[in-house]
Each structure stands twice: as structure tokens, then as C-alpha cells.
Design a protein around this ligand. Sequence first.
Ligand code: GLC
Ligand code: CA
Length: 587
Amino acid sequence: MLLVGAAGCNSGTKTDTAATSPPEAPMAKATPAASLSKPTDWWKETVVYQLYPRSFQDSNGDGVGDLKGIIARLDYLKSLGVGTVWLNPIYASPNDDNGYDISDYRQIMPEFGTMADFDALLKGMHARGIKLVMDLVVNHSSDEHAWFKSARASRTSPYRDYYYWWPAEKGTPPARFSTFDVKHDAWQYDAPTKSYYLHIFSKKQPDLNWNNPKLRQEVHNIMRFWLDKGIDGFRMDAFQFVAKDPSFPPMPGLTERTFANAYNHGPHLHDYLKEINEQVLRHYNVMTVAEGAGRNTTEAMLFVDPARKELDMTYHFEGVGVGSGSATYKLTDLKRVFTKWDSAFARKGWQAIDLGNHDQPRMVSKFGDDRPAFRTPSAKLLNTFLLTMRGTPYCYNGDELGMTNSPFSGIAEYRDVAARNAYTQLKQQGGDEKAFFHSLARFSRDNSRTPFQWNASANAGFTTGTPWIKVNPNYVTLNEASEDIDSTSVLHHFRRAMAVRKQHKVLVYGQYQLLDAANPHIYAYTRTLGPEKVLVVLNFSSSGQRWPLPAGLQPSGATWLNNYPGAAPGGPALALQPWQAVVYHLK
Ligand code: GLC
Ligand code: CA
């Protein structure tokens, strides 16, 4: 049962770069005169704020967040100090999977607004020095995309090979696992052409056939369309899955736990990426990040080794995966995973740092302690962690306030296709309903998709109508307006940590060294760049801890960050409060 998003990556076929004229897409504009090499790796120094448009701000009372709503909050984004916003999909979509099922890649979802709203949003961001990264969802389209409508109507449609089909006369197709499907069957029989089509997500998300050069050309044109509007990059959804062997060799017995690795790095994935880079990306000064990093750090490096000219960074699932499916997690596991990924990219390549996103529960509920006494310090600690690691931090909207998991009562209050289909499956097959809801409460993706909590007025100031998903009732005390006027809030700490990161390159580029690896409560590390050295000490526990300083690490300089009032702990053994986080400048 998949309750949290999992997407991996695959690898693709031999590149056919022949510029076949795309049947539907307008011809790409001539390449802009922009330099062919990137002047700076700005994406290493930026902090990405992930914004979930459906839940950020509703401007017209229909209960759904929209682009005008975001425009109204641009000054808030600016006040955070973030350099880049990654917007979850805002394209036309029937919303089977909240916009990850796109029916037109060049249109804005009417619920979210118009292209004029988009242009105004981009302009407003750029005017404030904020870059905009869009989601690129091209492992699959919606079944309501014109390509698929045509493809399913006839075996001779020019769009037929944009998708994967298995004609029924060949018998049952070789088993493929679908994560969202009620029966976990990735083949859907389609009567009009007596064939099955492949969908590794829901049956409304048919997989696109990257073996087809015309399809790849379409994707390039879609990318150029948005890049020519001036956007600053792409987050490439489920990209490690896009490459598939069209002969469908047997893959029996796949499960929720094993399917991602099996689909990862299919044939020719890196050819497809090199082609994208050559045809599109190298002509723009933009950033790219792939969702999923491969099965290990070696595969992850293949995406981002600058010499290979593919992507800029990836984000792996091993960090957010720590403790998934169980009530507790071990700090030593978290340290091991983040340290392993850091060292893999220590000499070349780059990575994303994150603890949460729209496919995960809230980071404070998972990695911190969201009980009232500890929510504030633990949310501050987690933000301190994100903003003091090497790599580009990805901060998910609401985490700067310490927003928590949300209580839902019954399946009717859940919105996520993953949760709802898993429930249908449970009802059909029988199973422990109590355990199911217990797990959903902890891990459902809906936990992080509830409306942004702006203030204590009705619906947290998100909408004047009925919100598409229930507002977390804790908005009455946990909201942006009250944190904005409280200098001890998570929000103020976030802004301070942002400012510190921006000011000190040692936090961006400095070498990372884990200290006291076996300590079950303290995550401590140094960051070193030339003569500059910083010590980060994080007490990942809800009780006080004493931490003896390793020899030679006597803090003598300034304290850059401390999530408790008063002087930072000193002396040969630091006395740390529950969830205390301190950043010492050593020299
Ligand atoms: C990615 C997205 C997730 C979506 C899935 C299918 O994992 O992050 O939200 O459900 O891809 O597009
Ligand atoms: Ca709206």
C-alpha cells in the first residue's frame, strides 16, 4: 500500500535526435542568444521554496488556491529570503492526481487562473529577485490529453506510439506494478482498440513512450515554450521511470517496496537526458532537478556529473524514507543516510537537501516532535538542519511555520488518489481498517497538502469559501500572522537561518564532517571552507542532553544561530535543551 509518493528514475534508449516535425506542437522558437554556458551555478547558492498552489491562497472563494492568490502573497515569499520557488503542476488537468495528470502542457488549469495570471506571477517574482521553477510531468500524461484521446481511438492514430500498448490478441501483457491502481495492475484494458495501455501511476495517467523520437521532440518543445517565457528551470517528475524496454521483459512479483528499483534507470535514460540538455537546456541559464536519484549514489552521479552534461541535481528518497512505515526512526540512520549522500557528491556533482514535500507527511511530525511543548523548537531545529547542509535546500511551504500533520476523520476527508484507491482495495480484499487509518494518519500525502495557515480567521485565511481539503484545526494558534509578530516563532528563526546561509558561503560549499556518528540523540557536524569553520549541534530529542565537545572544537567565535533565547551553551560539555539547535562559528 503506497501512502506516500514514491517515484524513481529510469534510463533510456538510444538517442535519435532527428528533428522530426512534431505533429501537434508549434515549432520551437529559435534558440535565444543566451550564452551557451552557464555564467554561474546560481542554483547551488539558492534556497528553493516548494509551493503547493492548490493549498497556498485562494483569491476567488472557490476553495482552491490559485495564481492570483500566489501573486497576492509575493511579498511574503520575498520576506522569507528564498531565491527560487518550485511550483507544483499548474497545467490543465482533470486532477486525478492533483495536477500530476496533465491534459494540456501549454495551458493553465482554469481553477488556477489564466496564462495572463501566469505571466503576471512570473513578472512579480522576477521583480522581487525570485526565480521560478516549474514541474515537468512527462513520464505520463492525463488520459484526457488530446494525444491519448486520439491514441486510444484507433490503432493507426499518429499518436498511438506516444503511449505503450499491448494488443489483446497477444494475450495478457507481462505483469507490471502500478502504485496507485486499485489492483496494482499497470495495464488497463481499453475496449475501442482491444488493447491494454500501460500506467505505472493511476489509470488516468498513461505512460508516455520515450522510445518514440516524436514524443521526445514534443517534450523538448514544451520545455522551450516555458523557458522562452522566462522560467528558470524544471523539477522533472518521476524522471527515473521514463525509460522503458518496449518488449516488456518479465518483471514478476513487484510490490510497493520493489517496483521503484525495478523501473529505475531503464534503457537509454541518460541518452534522453543528454538529448534534452543538448537540444534545450544548454541554451538557457536554468536549473534542473530530477525527482529520484536512482538506486544508489553511483546512479545518482550519472545525472549530475557536470562532465556528462545532463542535469544539475537530483533528490533522493533515502532521507525522507528514514522511518517510513514505522512509528519511530533512528537518528543514527538519518545521519548515516545524509552523510553517505554528502560524501558521494563531495568532489563533483550536487544534490538537493530536503525533509519533506507534497508526497510526504509534515517534517515536524515525522522527524521532530509536534506535541505543543516541542513543536516550535523541533521545527526550528529541522529548518536549521536544512539550511546548514551542503547542497541546495528545498523547503516545503508551511514548514517555515512548523505546520504539522492534520487529523482527518474517515476516508471521505482524504483527497489523495493514493489513499482513496488504497482504501477501495482494502474494502475489496478485506484487511485491518484500524491499522490502515493509523498508517494513513501518519504517512498520508494529504498531511502536507492542507491549506496554508495564514491567520486565525475562518479557514485560516486561505479561502472565504469551502476549502478543497480540510484545514488543520490547529490554525487557530499556528498561523503566519501570529508568527510574524512573535520574534521567538519558527518563522522568525527560518528567516534568520535564511539570512545566515545567504551571508556565509561556508554553509553552501563548505566541506561537511559528521561528528560522533554513534550518538543516538545528537546530530553534530562541521562545515569548513578555507580558513572558515562552523560547528552545527542539533539535539534531536525531547529531553536535555549533554554533549562533550570533541577535542579542538572549542567555540570561541560568534553564535550564528540558536533556537533558544539567551546565550548558547558553552564549556567542555554543551548542555543542550530539548531540540536545541546551535550553529557556532569556530573561526
Ligand atoms: C511524483 C509526484 C507525485 C505524483 C507522481 C506521479 O512522485 O511528486 O505527487 O503523484 O509523481 O506523477
Ligand atoms: Ca480559487
